[in-house]
Write a protein that binds this ligand. Structure first.
Ligand code: ADP
Ligand code: MG
Length: 558
């Protein structure tokens, strides 16, 4: 008999490790169950994953794989919270290569469904099954694992109420499977709806672009530019769609970090900047990009659904992505697209997915509808897509206009930093060039010290052109060219410092910023500081909501 490498076994995590893990609700809707189960199959090194769905996943979700299976004695552990085979020590958290690591998905799913797990480990004589009753029974099954989830949320009608229509939930499941399939082209995926063949992606490890064609269509590849670039330990590859394949929504934007589909404001900003000349206004670019970097340089233990990450060097990553995309557009490398057959089943209902398929974004929105309670004791409610916040500070309530408050606070901070000679610079690694008028150019030549004091480094490179090498750190997310032009115009017309700061503050750009606990706490802190330091407390973009203020608001409407 050949020697068998023992597979990792499941064990409960020590409390100190469990406590380090970003906890939270992972199971919000049928698509979240599919995500967790499919990720488990991927972690188990499956080469084929079959997903069966009935009634949008509410009646049935079955995920079957041919992966390494679970040891009979570990089946009960698999259903125990914080038991995992993927992680042991706190230090492992910085080196996670698997998609899962929290040991929470199966117990959470089992607690809200009629649940059955059947598994047969490689070289085991037979399969074993376990269900909600935790009784082990022998079963028939090929090597691999099947998880069957029936009557999801049957005992929690409140949760069911939050589900959208069956069609919407089904669309979520399809988008999710497509996204996961894009990230793992060596695995074959089959998605069936009520026993009808629906989607089939054959394994294509030799030719990953076949998977891109299967998921995004041939036209996408035909009208996109190849990205393949590396710097230090980072590598980005993939395809960026040109204007021809831009869309009216963000449903074809896939960015993977170490195999994980994520949302990140730095990356989104770099993409927006790189795309600014390529895609028409009001349209959304399509792209499929894979960023690989050292696992120690990215923290994935930030968000319960692991859809957000934290980079150790976000600016580095930002500038690298921006530079790689800009170069790719300039080089205009194309993939040769051979006439091939579309993915089987890639017809009818599947290709007409026309809802924003950014699954993770939507689950976030769902969360936003709920009042959030934060650890700091600050309750807040987001209104109108995060444009306004109602914050309960414990002692009173505030109504905040998020954008205007951002601008006012930036103005205040910039002016203060300018006056004390402490405007922090944010270097632009890939310098941005900018065409100027003669007047603007003169200012650049004559006012270097002043320009620097405002946090900029701008160098003339030709009679009409300058290179921007740094901008104020506070305006990191601003679009650089309009920012610099506005700034130089303000200097040209010899505006007061307040006016210059006001012009600059208009460029504060928090688009894509996630409003979360830390954000709200910081905002409150800044508002309090502003109120203490500033005497101009009229027409502020926030208001304390005492009874008199509420009455005044209602009366002014009448
Ligand atoms: P996590 O994936 O975070 O470890 P889960 O609750 O999703 O936690 O799964 C618990 C454990 O069950 C995993 O660590 C793994 O050992 C085992 N497991 C779950 N699904 C599968 C599968 N499809 N194939 C093999 N093992 C699995
Ligand atoms: Mg898991």
């Amino acid at each position: 008999m050949s020697a068998v490498v023992p597979l990792p076994r499941i064990h409960p995590l020590a409390a100190e490790v469990a406590n380090q893990i970003a906890a939270g609700e992972v199971i919000e809707r049928p698509a979240s169950v599919v995500k967790e189960l499919v990720e488990n199959s991927i972690d188990a090194a499956a080469s084929k994953i079959t997903i069966d769905i009935a009634r949008a996943g509410i009646k049935l979700i079955r995920v079957q794989d041919n992966g390494q299976g679970i040891h009979k004695d570990d089946l009960a552990l698999a259903l125990q919270s914080h038991a995992t085979s993927k992680l042991t020590r706190v230090s492992d958290l910085s080196q996670i290569a698997s998609l899962g690591f929290r040991g929470e998905a199966l117990p959470s799913i089992a607690s809200v469904s009629r649940f059955q797990l059947i598994s047969r480990q490689q070289h085991a004589d037979n399969a074993w099954s376990i269900d909600n009753s935790l009784v082990l029974k022998p079963a028939a099954h090929a090597e691999g694992t099947t998880v069957e989830v029936k009557d999801l949320f049957h005992a929690t009608p409140a949760r069911r109420k939050f589900l959208k229509s069956e069609r919407t939930e089904w669309l979520h499941i399809q988008s999710l499977v497509k996204a996961v399939a894009l990230g793992h082209s060596h695995i074959a995926f089959q998605l069936r709806y009520e026993d009808q063949h629906n989607l089939y992606f054959a394994s294509c490890s030799e030719l990953p672009q076949q998977r891109v064609v299967d998921v995004c269509g041939k036209a996408f590849l035909q009208h996109s530019v190849v990205v393949d670039a590396g710097r230090e330990s980072m590598h980005v590859r993939g395809w960026i769609g040109l204007n021809e394949v831009a869309r009216s929504q963000t449903d074809r934007q896939y960015f993977f970090v170490n195999g994980r589909l994520v949302q990140d404001k730095h990356i989104q900003h770099a993409l927006r900047l790189a795309y600014s000349d390529t895609v028409a206004r009001g349209r959304y670019p399509s792209y499929v990009l894979f960023l690989q970097l050292n696992p120690a340089d990215v923290d994935i233990n930030v968000h319960p659904a692991k859809s957000e990450v934290r980079f150790a060097e976000p600016r580095n990553v930002h500038d690298f992505i921006y530079a790689s995309l800009t170069n790719a557009f300039a080089n205009n490398n194309r993939t040769e697209v051979k006439p091939g057959k579309p993915a089987r089943g890639e017809t009818g209902s599947t290709s007409s997915v026309n809802e924003p398929t950014a699954f993770y974004r939507q689950t976030d929105q769902l969360q936003q509808e709920l009042l959030k309670q934060t650890e700091s004791g600050v309750n807040y409610l987001e209104l109108l897509e995060g444009k306004f916040l109602i914050v309960d500070t414990g002692s009173d309530q505030l109504l905040i206009d998020v954008a205007d408050t951002g601008i006012l606070l930036a103005l205040h901070e910039l002016l203060h930093a300018y006056r004390t000679g402490r405007v922090e610079q944010r270097p632009i690694q890939v310098s941005v060039s900018c065409n100027l008028t003669i007047k603007q150019q003169l200012i650049v030549q004559e006012q270097q010290a002043l320009i620097k004091q405002w946090g900029f480094i701008i160098e003339p490179i030709s009679p009409e052109q300058v290179a921007v090498r740094a901008i104020p750190a506070m305006l990191s997310y601003a679009d650089i060219v309009p920012l610099v032009k506005d700034f130089l115009n303000a200097l040209c017309s010899k505006e007061h410092n307040e006016q210059v700061a006001a012009r600059l503050a208009e460029h504060v750009n928090d688009a894509g910023l996630n409003i979360n606990e830390a954000y709200v706490a910081l905002l409150l802190e800044k508002i309090n500081r502003y109120e203490q330091q500033s005497t101009a407390l009229k027409s502020l973009p926030w208001r304390r909501l005492d009874a008199a203020a509420l009455a005044a608001m209602l009366n002014s409407q009448a």
